[in-house]
Each structure stands twice: as C-alpha cells, then as structure tokens.
Ligand binder design. Structure first.
Ligand code: NAD
Ligand code: ZN
Length: 255
C-alpha cells in the first residue's frame, strides 16, 4: 500500500533532486513562512487581520488620510514582529544557502526573519519594518527608538511611516529589477507560504515558468498556481517541509 508518508517522501526526493541539479535556485516567500513564528498571515481568520482589514489598514491612501488610525494596526504588527524569532523554515532556507543550493530569497515579508535566521542574500520586495521614515523631510529612525511613542513622530512634527510598501505604493526599483532578472534565469523557484495574489510579486512564478524553470510550491493549502504552473506541490507546514528538504539535500551531497 502506498502511504501518505511514502508519497511525501517521494515528493521531497524529487525536490531535492531538482535543487541539487539546478544551476540557479531562488525562493519567493510570503506571510505563511512566518506564521509558525507567531505572525499571522493575511488569509487566516484569527488574529490581527480579523481586527484590521488589510484592504483598509494596509493601503497608502489610508495612511495618508489618517496615519494615526493606521498606527493602531502598525503598533500591534510591530509588537508581533519585534518579539518573533525565525522558525525551522527560515533556518532551513539559510542552511540551503550555506550549502550552496539557494542563490537568493525574494521575500514579501517585512519581518526581517530571513536575515535573523542567517540568510545573506535576501531581496525585500515589500521593504522592512525595522526602520521608519518621514515622508516630509526624509529623516530616518530605527523602529525601536520610537517604540514608546504613539504615533511615532519625526523631529519636524509629522507622523513617521515604516519603510514598508503599502498597497498602492511602488516596489523599490532595485528589488523589482533584481527579482525580475533572477526570476527569468532561475532553473528552480521555491514558493513558500504565499497565496500569490498580491501584485506584482505574483508575476514572479510565471516568469520563471515561461523561461523553463521548475516551480516547487510549499503551502498548507492549494493556491491558484498549484494546478496551473506548479511542478511539485508539497502540502503542509513550511517548518517541517523545509527541514525535510534540507535533510534530503544533505543526503544527496553525502553520496
Ligand atoms: P497571504 O496571507 O496572502 O498568504 C499566506 C499563504 O501562506 C496562504 O496561502 C496560506 O495557506 C499559507 N500558509 C499559512 N501558514 C502556513 C504554514 N505554516 N506553512 C505553509 N504555508 C502556510 O500572504 P502573502 O502571499 O505573503 O501576501 C500577503 C501580503 O501581506 C504580502 O505582501 C506581505 O508583505 C504581507 N504580510 C507580511 C507579513 C510578514 O511580514 N510576516 C505578515 C502578514 C502579511
Ligand atoms: Zn520630518
């Protein structure tokens, strides 16, 4: 009888085979990779996003019209992010990089957890919440310097904005261009914990696929990509699956 574990082991071996033979492997990660670190993703019904609708609180138009209100959400997000630690998935991805099998991570997350987990080559597609900027005079501050202020203000008196990309804002040009180049030349792309609906990050998998790269998808649930362009779908929690991939890759390396 073919058990679920056997099917999973077979898929993990397929992924390890792709990664160890690919000349350029990259990853695109989303909120789901940080869920096991205690930061809820947008789609989960519980937590932060049941209180603050991201469509309302995460748009630049909302921030411009009522920054004080948006800081209610930003303060709670900052509490979660500043106390979060990298989980097995972040650590496994940094190990793959050290082993020489992962060139770069493009992350949609703003939580800095890939870097705290030891990854060196990280493209922050949506910025990073560990710094705040003044949209009026350009001064920049570390978020922890302003943690006791609500809402945090610049020396010029204006309310500060975290250096993250809100809905309706442009992606930093360097991140956009570098991601496009990497996506075009990657022989394998590992998608982890992303629903792939937020534009333009959601164009990355299609670019890799059109250029002949393999798409590996790790998610608790199927997405719109799973039955269209994904080559290998690993269903489950990112922490366990990434750890299993790292073990399988190390076994191939030892042979
Ligand atoms: P999303 O919330 O749209 O989707 C998350 C995906 O992760 C879902 O498909 C879900 O099934 C999957 N998932 C949840 N828990 C998982 C787990 N333990 N293992 C594997 N998969 C899991 O997230 P998105 O696609 O990244 O898009 C949302 C936007 O929200 C992004 O732009 C991101 O910048 C922002 N965001 C960031 C954070 C963060 O920095 N940690 C948190 C929330 C939202
Ligand atoms: Zn200022």
């Amino acid at each position: 009888m073919v058990t679920t574990e056997k099917i999973m082991k077979n898929l993990i071996d397929q992924v390890a085979d792709i990664i160890t033979t690919s000349k350029l492997t990259i990853a695109l990660t989303g909120a789901g990779i940080s869920a096991e670190s205690g930061i809820p993703d947008f789609r989960s019904a519980e937590g932060l996003w049941s209180k603050f609708d991201p469509n309302e609180y995460a748009s630049i138009a909302s921030f411009m019209s009522d920054p004080e209100k948006v800081w209610l959400m930003l303060r709670e997000m900052d509490d979660l992010v500043s106390s979060a630690r990298p989980n097995k998935a972040h650590l496994g991805m940094s190990e793959l990089e050290k082993l020489g099998y992962l060139h770069c991570i493009i992350t949609q997350n703003i939580d800095n957890l890939h870097q705290s987990g030891g990854s060196k080559n990280v493209i922050e597609y949506h910025g990073n919440s560990s710094t705040l900027s003044c949209m009026w005079c350009g001064r920049r501050f570390r978020s922890d310097e302003k943690r006791n202020e609500y809402p945090p203000r610049c020396e010029c008196g204006r309310i500060l904005k975290p250096d993250v990309v809100f809905f309706g804002e442009a992606i930093p040009e360097k991140a956009l261009n570098k991601s496009f180049m990497l996506a075009s030349s990657a022989q394998a792309l590992i998608l982890i914990g992303t629903s792939a609906v937020v534009s333009p990050a959601n164009t990355i998998p299609g670019i890799t696929k059109r250029n002949g790269g393999k798409i590996i998808e790790i998610n608790k649930e199927k997405t719109h990509l799973t039955d269209s362009i994904t080559d290998v779908f690993l269903q489950g929690s990112a922490g366990n699956i990434v750890s299993e991939i790292v073990e399988a890759v190390k076994n191939i390396k030892r042979q």
